[in-house]
Each structure stands twice: as C-alpha cells, then as structure tokens.
Design a protein around this ligand. Structure first.
Ligand SMILES: [Fe+2]
Ligand SMILES: [Fe+2]
Length: 181
C-alpha cells in the first residue's frame, strides 16, 4: 500500500562528526527532552547517595512527577509528530518507547502507593532508575538522532511541549498538595 505522506530522511547516514545540518534553537524539542533526562538522572543519583527519609521522600516525589509529565508530553506531542516523519524502522522505535513508558508508569504507580522504608521500596526505585536509564539511552542514541535528520519542526514542537509541560506540572503539583510556586 502506498504511504506517500512521510518525508523520510533515508540515505544521509552521517555518523558522528558533522551530523548537525540544522541549528538547534532555544525551544528545540530534543534539547528540552534531554534536559529533563539529565534532571531526573541527577535526582536518582541523589537518592542513591542519601539515607535521609525526608530527602528520599522528596526526591521520589520529584522523580515520579517529572517522569509522569515527561512521558505524557512525549506521548501526546513528540512521539506522534515524529512518527509522521520516520520510516517504519523509526516507528518501531516509537512503539518500543511507548511500551517502556507503560512499564515505567506501572512501577511509578507502585512506588507512589508506598513509603520510604517499606519493603522493596529502594529496590523499586533502583529498578525504575535502570529502566529509565535504558529508555533514555535508546531515545538519545537512536530515536532522537533519527528524528533530527527529518524535516520535523523541532522548534514548534518544543514550544508546544514547553507549554503543555507547564500546564501538567501545575496540575500534578496541585494534586500532590504541594505549592506550585
Ligand atoms: Fe524521554
Ligand atoms: Fe520516553
């Protein structure tokens, strides 16, 4: 069956050195997502380094909220838009990413139903960090670079994600009973 709408980027397999044909911008969608990744990684590291119950509780709340918002903006905006520009192999990466999100979300829900000090709490946080580490690596090493080679408007998508992220953060922090600002 013909699938003519997709603008594929086939051919130019620039590996490494001078792959940036497009300039990145302040709202570059991939940069925004990668910044979220770095933030969550930092919190996971801090979690491992502390024994303080209060610190752990706060970090886990921050991690879970950030991951829920991040996976949601990816699934609502970045993933579906990028699908339109990727070939079938690229679309498989998006499918896998969605499945990995589902595993992460299940684990997050379990963690949110528990308290620091509960049996298996640390183990669940550790497994979540490993799952996210693996997922982030696939996004950053395979999926995002493929997407950057396409004609997708990363600036426009980034601006849209930024706005949606603010909205969701406000909603989620209200739900958690925390002060938003
Ligand atoms: Fe991500
Ligand atoms: Fe993701």
């Amino acid at each position: 069956m013909p699938s003519t709408q997709k603008s594929k980027s086939g051919g130019s397999r620039s590996s490494g050195s001078k792959s940036t044909t497009k300039k990145t911008t302040p709202n570059d969608a991939i940069k925004l997502l990668e910044a979220d990744h770095r933030q969550v990684e930092k919190w996971f590291k801090e979690y491992e380094a502390t024994n303080g119950e209060k610190t752990k509780t706060k970090l886990v709340e921050q991690i879970c909220t950030a991951l829920k918002v991040h996976t949601q903006i990816e699934e609502e905006i970045f993933y579906p838009v990028s699908r339109e520009f990727l070939d079938s192999e690229g679309e498989e990466m998006v499918d896998e990413a969605v499945v990995e999100h589902a595993s992460a979300k299940n684990l997050i829900a379990e963690i949110e139903g528990m308290e620091v000090g509960d049996e298996l709490f640390d183990a669940k946080v550790k497994v979540l960090s490993e799952l996210i580490e693996h997922h982030v690596e696939e996004e950053e090493k395979e999926y995002f670079p493929e997407t950057r080679k396409t004609q997708m408007d990363l600036e426009a998508v980034g601006a849209q994600m930024k706005a949606r992220k603010e909205e969701l953060m406000a909603q989620m922090t209200r739900v958690n009973g925390q002060m938003v600002q």
